[in-house]
Ligand binder design. Sequence first.
Ligand code: NAP
Length: 301
Amino acid sequence: MDTYDVIIIGAGPAGLTSALYLKRANKKVLILEAKNYGGQIINANKIENYPGIEEISGFTFATNLYNQVKKLGAEIKYETVIRVEADKTVITNNNKYQAKAIIIATGSENEKLHLPNEEKYMGKGISYCATCDGNFYKDKVVIVNGGGNTALEDTLYLANIASKVYLIHRRDTFRGDIKYLDEIKKYQNIEVILNSSITAIKGQDKLEKVTIKDIFGNEKDIITDGLFIAIGQEPHNEIFKNIVDLNEKGYIISVDEVHTKTAGIYVAGDTREKDLRQLTTAVSDGSIAATIAIKEMKGND
Ligand code: NAP
């Protein structure tokens, strides 16, 4: 069985930052990633709130960080973790590994509306990533659903590609930043529909229309080519239930920032229960988890 000082689960900003700190401390590190490096940030069109960097694309940021970590000699394997034992054994779909410490940095995934046809029309009109799929909707009609920064950013991004963008939000106030709302007001081809939820997704072989229902119970159909769902994220931590505590939303509960209830198993980034999920807090968690792991490994050696 291959052994490491630290195994990091997840190659998003938190996990990669942990790897950066661990490699600089000369530790043997394995990063296990089920999908692609970069996590959610790789899909961000523009990052404008990372201190010291005025503007950068999510893809460039993630790729720079990934290359920085690779250059330092961190090993990255694209395998899906199936189980982690309290003794720091990690079982994946391909292998079994042993570590002295583990950092869980699995982030979160796009939340679904959980409506019939949602899964069926994924890639056939339904998307969770405007920067990935927006170009397929040149001069077409699209809907963005949500009221956070992702939805507002997606709306602006798509308004420069599509002929018309409906922004549908379930309340009358937005969570997203005012600067995006001010920008949205400048676009003739954006129509904002408030106090309304999507209740049905309809079509024959692909998405053709959605039904929306307002808070007074009025329903109507909107004909559309695309639906971009931007209603937040959900974590997937069920496989770690034997070693960590989860809150009611499935986020990992931490003690003293990044400790879990199991000694030597740490949590970093969006998958941790916390108030603010941002790039800055993800890299903060990653660096803290790595630094504490190094300190506590030393104590145990
Ligand atoms: P978010 O801030 O959690 O917003 C999710 C939105 O979706 C909320 O407006 C919520 O409505 C709505 N929603 C949730 N469940 C829904 C449902 N079942 N049906 C309809 N609407 C639903 O998520 P996010 O926009 O993905 O942002 C996540 C984090 O990343 C935030 O901290 C955000 O600031 C950050 N972010 C930053 C940037 C940037 O700085 N450039 C870009 C993107 C995201 P309610 O408001 O009614 O709850």
